[in-house]
Design a protein around this ligand. Structure first.
Ligand SMILES: [Zn+2]
Length: 542
């Protein structure tokens, strides 16, 4: 009898232990899923009150990290040494190299997070690692009222480049909304913001030498569809619609604190209707041109044979360098028709001078010229994968990074030619596609379910080890045709943004869509807390 009672007690104990861990795993539900999570026994009562003590290395950053925690409606102080101390200690230490342990090589942006029943310990490789540990902690705080599960997390990114692109040409978004999206990107451990500043429908950055770019180029015909401004919280802003130097500097500083590098993009070659409307002399026909109200690909592009062309693109690039401290500048290069070059005497003269065999090779020449100028300014150019086309005579300069959007082909070609590459395949990463194949859903062109987005891997099994050295990572892209409000933009982004953040952060072998779906249920409450509008329908595969 005693034996059976003993057996019963042991079995119950094991059952309770198993149930505890299953429940804890559900409570934890971090997105992107950390590389390693170990649930420990016990809970940490926090009183929703924290005190951060950080190594000297984080001295000038601890205050910011504290403010990040406060965004969860909790108290936080730096080095709280009050006598009636009721705060939960959070220690942040810099990861040290140790020849005796596994920390011989420290992975940038990595961190460990240990929650014990009396304290929280963070070890971070750098400021980004400390921030990501805090972002993980924030997710836990938002899912647990006044307590945290004891656990041990070891985390690091699979890819260096984890970005998102916002098109602010087709729809002008307020800087408040851009800050909100930067917060959400950091919450999902992204580190790049690709800011699409110019296109056919609007030029959004002031260039002192060419003031008409914004005076004319940022304004579409009034009161015609589509709307060009976001009504998020920007009623007072007057035309024209561009970002002033002060606003850009404010965004750059905001992103810097969040360890997000901004990649400004100027569309050069095609998608330049706004530029041509401002300065018609840079088109092959001389115009007149207008800032486009329509979507699509337009035949009027830069006149590559115009000998004054370098003056305008160099002035634009110098402005970008002055305002954006990041290493990369995106120079566009996608969807550029060559029809005007066929009949333009200046373009034909240049074609003959360069001994080119087709008009399309003129774009390769201009890409080379612009890339070399960007490099001369100490920066690294990025182009859409069309920059690899028609390069038989004039190859793409080695320094130019290729962003592959036309499915996977461009990325594979780029890395095989030893160009660094960023993946944004249209069928997986374009957030302007509908969330689901339904007539009722907003979005355009096609649809990508959350499951499809989750299944994306920047460099999958078809990439060799050598290829993978050149694969920087990925970006999800929000083109904003037909999106006339930031709430609609959010709806298109989430939850696919969450799925793609995991595709960029986590080793593909560790991904599990069933687990992600479960985590998303907890995560939706966090998105609610952050006032994010998200799609609530089918995620695909059901
Ligand atoms: Zn021309």
């Amino acid at each position: 009898m005693i034996f059976f009672v003993f057996l019963f007690v042991v079995l119950m104990d094991k059952l309770i232990f198993m149930l505890y861990h299953i429940i804890m795993k559900t409570i934890i539900s971090i997105i992107p899923e950390p590389q390693e999570t170990r649930v420990k026994n016990g809970l940490l009562l926090t009183n929703n009150n924290f005190s951060i003590a950080a190594d000297d290395f984080f001295n000038d950053y601890a205050d910011f990290l504290c403010k990040e925690l406060q965004k969860c409606n909790v108290k936080c102080k730096i080095n709280d040494d009050s006598k009636s101390k009721t705060s939960t200690p959070v220690q942040i230490k810099l990861t040290k190299t140790d020849s005796n342990t596994q920390t011989k090589e420290i992975i940038p942006e990595s961190y460990t997070l240990d929650i014990n029943d009396n304290e929280i310990l963070i070890q971070a490789a750098d400021k980004a690692g400390a921030l990501f540990a805090i972002q993980t902690l924030k997710q836990l705080i938002l899912s647990n009222e006044g307590f945290l599960p004891c656990l041990s997390i070891k985390d690091f990114p699979q890819y260096k480049w984890r970005g998102f692109m916002l098109d602010t040409s087709r729809n002008y978004f307020s800087i408040d909304f851009i800050k909100k999206v930067l917060d959400l990107a950091s919450f999902h451990k992204m580190n790049r913001f690709h800011w699409h500043l110019t296109d056919d429908q609007g030029w959004r950055i002031h260039v002192p030498e060419y003031p008409l770019l914004t005076e004319i180029g940022s304004i579409r015909d009034a009161h015609t569809m589509p709307l060009m401004k976001d009504y998020y919280c920007d009623f007072k802003k007057k035309l024209p619609y561009y970002y002033t130097d002060e606003e850009i500097t404010e965004i750059v500083k905001y992103a810097e604190k969040l360890n997000i590098t901004i990649i400004p993009e100027l569309e050069l070659t095609g998608h330049v209707s706004a530029l041509l409307a401002s300065y018609p002399e840079f088109g092959c026909t001389g115009g007149p041109y207008k800032v486009e109200n329509r979507w699509g690909i337009f035949n009027d592009v830069l006149c590559i044979g115009n000998e004054n062309l370098p003056k305008i693109y160099q002035a634009c690039l110098r402005t970008v360098v002055r305002l954006f401290p990041g290493q990369w500048i995106h120079i566009g290069g996608d969807e550029c028709p060559s029809v005007r070059w066929r009949t333009c005497p200046k373009c034909q003269a240049l074609k003959a001078k360069l001994n080119l065999t087709t008009e399309r090779q003129l774009q390769s020449w201009l890409t080379k010229e612009i890339s070399e100028y960007v490099v001369s300014l100490g920066k690294t150019p990025i182009g859409w994968d069309e920059v690899l086309d028609n390069t038989e005579i004039i190859p793409l300069p080695k320094d130019t990074v290729v962003q592959s959007w036309r499915k996977k082909g461009g990325g594979k070609k780029a890395v095989s030619l030893k160009h660094f590459a960023i993946m944004s395949p249209v069928n997986k990463c374009y957030l302007n596609f509908k969330n689901y194949d339904s007539f009722e859903e907003p979005g355009r062109l096609s649809f990508t379910t959350t499951k499809t987005a989750y299944g994306f891997t920047p460099a999958g099994k078809d990439f060799s080890q050598e290829d993978k050295k050149y694969m920087l990572g990925a970006e999800c892209n929000l083109w904003t045709e037909d999106l006339n409000a930031s709430k609609v933009a959010e709806y298109m982004m989430f939850p696919r943004f969450c799925a793609l953040s995991e595709s960029m952060w986590l080793d593909a072998d560790k991904k599990d869509f069933a687990r992600f779906k479960q985590s998303l249920e907890a995560h939706k409450l966090r998105l609610d807390f952050m006032d994010v509008n998200y799609y609530k329908g089918k995620l695909g595969g059901d």
